[in-house]
Design a binder for this molecule. Structure first.
Ligand code: KG4
Ligand code: ZN
Length: 350
């Protein structure tokens, strides 16, 4: 009997404790989740400081960081939950999308835990994990709802029709919103990760620099985005000022960029709520940690009587808890992988 057949023999139970392991970028994150809703233990060890010297994530440094941190992260997560490996019913791990070498560390580690304990190995999509962070933020949340997915690699407005069925209403045609934050930050001389640093600087500035409206005459989905034009407009503005020897007000640039980048996300998400007839909107992905986005959505949702799900900032950026939450849903379906599971740099959203 194969490993999977062996495991499936009556193992799946609705009351389950899942370990979520996430290593797709620069966070080594492990969490212990009960029934997909409750965080029992949670550890995140980031190598961001090491990347900040280089202005962006260096894949090899990220992989080495995971190798050094993964055991400590796992032990700390178990310790904070007051559990041991024997208490874990399944090991969920991000299989993609992300940096291949970084993903391989988590996938190999999860495989070894599954093999040693004889428990199921559950492969999880990083993006679905981000979406499922909302189930941790509100324990009574049930689909359907609209989610804004805004991370370093993805930007989309998504209809979450059920726990297992999503529909992407629109997505970015080029750069992701987080990527634009990181690139604009670099032009302004701010360190990686750019998002939080732009947010900080924007607080001292005003939204007074005119920037182009996104996809003005575009004929595709009204829910699509394009951040490359906005990013280029900011870069050109800075370079032209420098060439003329004029001073630039970095805080005003940060604030104007942040407003342009975020306003369109909020606008399209609210339109999706209206058109779908859904009553709830959720936020997912690292840019969801942005204070301006959170304030603006809170205000708009209050005005329009829409229920807003705002995961804590820690669970917007990469974390193991979201992988445990999504892992639980996949576990219930018996979506197990065998020990030949491999990491995938690209994993389409379906
Ligand atoms: O979801 P995430 O942690 O990793 C990916 O899956 O990409 O998102 C990381 C992105 C980075 O581009 C980072 O600059 C951005 O999220 N980010 C923010 C903030 N915190 C993180 N962007 C704007 N404001 C923030 N406070
Ligand atoms: Zn992410």
């Amino acid at each position: 009997m194969s490993y999977i057949e062996e495991i499936k023999k009556g193992v799946v139970k609705s009351d389950a404790v899942i370990m979520g392991i996430e290593t797709s970028c620069d966070e080594t994150a492990v969490a212990i989740i009960k029934n997909g809703r409750e965080i029992l233990g949670d550890e995140i060890i980031s190598s961001a400081i090491e990347h900040s010297k280089f202005g962006g994530v260096v894949p090899e440094i990220a992989s080495r960081g995971h190798t050094a941190a993964i055991l400590t992260a796992t032990e700390n997560a178990l310790k904070s939950a007051g559990l041991t490996l024997n208490d874990i019913d399944a090991f969920a791990v991000t299989e993609g999308a992300g940096l291949l070498g970084a993903l391989l560390v988590g996938v190999s580690f999860a495989k070894s835990l599954a093999y040693a304990t004889g428990k199921p190995l559950v492969p999880v999509s990083h993006i679905k994990g981000h979406i499922s962070a909302s189930y941790l933020a509100d324990k009574s949340l049930e689909p359907p709802f609209i989610t804004i997915l805004a991370s370093g690699g993805h930007t989309a407005i998504i209809k979450v029709k059920s726990y297992y069925e999503i529909e992407v209403l629109g997505s970015t045609l080029d750069d992701a919103v987080g990527e634009a934050f990181d690139k604009v930050a670099r032009v302004l001389g701010l360190k990686y990760p750019g998002g939080p640093n732009i947010e900080k600087l924007a607080k001292e500035g005003k939204n007074i620099i005119p920037l182009p409206k996104m996809l003005k005459n575009y004929e595709g989905s009204k829910y699509d985005f394009s951040y490359s034009g906005l990013k280029t407009a900011v870069i050109n503005y800075v370079h032209q000022k420098e060439q003329k020897g004029e001073e630039i007000n970095k805080a005003d640039i940060a604030c104007s960029f942040q407003c342009a980048a975020i306003d369109v996300l909020v606008e399209k998400a609210l339109l999706a709520v209206k058109e779908s007839g859904y009553k709830t909107v959720a936020v997912s992905g690292g840019v969801g940690a942005n204070g301006y986005l959170r304030e603006k959505l809170t205000l708009e949702c209050k005005k329009k009587k829409i229920k807003l799900i705002l995961p804590e900032k820690r669970y917007c950026t990469d974390n193991g808890a979201m992988i445990g939450a999504e892992g639980y849903l996949q576990y219930l379906k018996g979506n197990f992988a065998d020990l030949s599971l491999n990491a995938k740099a690209v994993l389409p959203l379906k």
